[in-house]
Design a protein around this ligand. Structure first.
Ligand code: BDR
Ligand code: CA
Length: 312
């Protein structure tokens, strides 16, 4: 039976590739996509999510709008990385598929109550606002979550939005702190992994040449947002942060990490949003996350090539 997942997202070009990878993989059943404010405001992220499901030929996958702002802070966005629309790089048509009337947080709560306990994995690839809000509204669902596989944080790579913090955690550190303290099994794909998941010029060319519409779309997106990382970090390509979550569910052997304690800094003078990862196990705090550090890059891109080619 396919693994049931909910993707919680703020697309974002790399979010878009993650969603395509999931929709292309018949090992997975995407129950729904919940949009959250992050890379760009909510009005844009829910619109982008609808464009992506249509691009993938999957208008049957419902898209929900979740929270408009972090639990207790003003929204910080990342148009400087992803462009004004969040999906700059290609033009996609206005989607015919409508956003669902139900709030994204209510969808998460309802689904976790309706599905068998321990059968649904949450895959947050944006700020953790919707997930934390769902746990606040319905604490009974916490023990029903199978696991959370999220993109966020950094330890050895430190930060990409402040010197100490990764974007998804920084935008809503209170939400992240609640999720990391929930007791749910957590799998964390931090910048330490995703900064190795860099596209190559050859791979982008290969995507552009696929005889479908999704391959060239992936090429257009990565072409756009690799500019930022090349200029800022001198990277060789675009980091496909968010697809690492779906890739871990499909092929966990591609990744290596440690089961350790990870705490979220919410009140630091310079370090708010930092993921304080006890990689060296120097504290006596109990492990709460599988914190990944390495990825088999060639294996990851082979998986992506194989799956994106299956799409329309
Ligand atoms: C994360 O932030 C966003 O810009 C990306 O979509 C990814 O989820 C990387 O820090
Ligand atoms: Ca994202």
């Amino acid at each position: 039976m396919a693994q049931k997942i909910i993707i919680d997202t703020d697309p974002g070009q790399d979010d878009a590739v993650a969603i395509l990878l999931a929709l292309a993989s018949n090992e997975l059943q995407v129950l729904g996509i919940t949009a959250v404010a992050g890379n760009v405001p909510l009005a844009q992220t829910q619109l982008n999510a609808r464009k992506i499901v249509e691009l993938a030929g999957r208008p049957d996958v419902p898209v929900f709008a979740g929270c408009e702002r972090p639990l207790s802070r003003n929204l910080v966005t990342a148009e400087h990385v992803h462009g004004k629309t969040g999906l700059d790089g290609i033009e996609l048509p206005e989607p015919a598929v409508q956003v669902q009337a139900e709030h994204g947080v209510d969808f998460i709560v309802r689904t976790l109550r309706e599905e068998d306990a321990g059968s649904v994995t949450l895959v947050p690839i944006g700020p953790l606002t919707n997930i934390a809000e769902a746990f606040r509204r319905a604490p009974d669902i916490i023990e029903r979550v199978q696991q959370i596989v999220l993109m966020g944080g950094a330890y050895f790579e430190v930060g990409n939005i402040t010197p100490a913090a990764e974007f998804n955690i920084y935008v809503d550190p209170e939400a992240a702190a609640e999720v990391f303290a929930s007791g749910i099994p957590l799998v964390v794909l931090p910048l330490d992994v995703t900064h190795s998941a860099l596209t190559s010029a050859d791979w982008v060319k290969h995507m552009a040449a696929l005889p479908n519409r999704c391959g060239p779309a992936v090429a257009g997106w990565t072409d756009f947002f690799e500019r930022f990382d090349k200029e800022k970090y001198g990277s060789l390509g675009a980091p496909l942060h968010d697809p690492c979550t779906i890739a871990w569910i499909l092929q966990p052997d591609l990744f290596k990490g440690r089961h350790i304690n990870v705490e979220i800094e919410t009140t630091g003078r310079f370090t708010t949003g930092m993921t304080v990862a006890d990689w060296w196990r120097v504290s006596d705090r109990a492990p709460n996350a599988l914190f990944l550090r390495e990825v088999d890059r060639d294996g990851l891109f082979a998986l992506l090539s194989d799956r994106i080619a299956r799409l329309p």
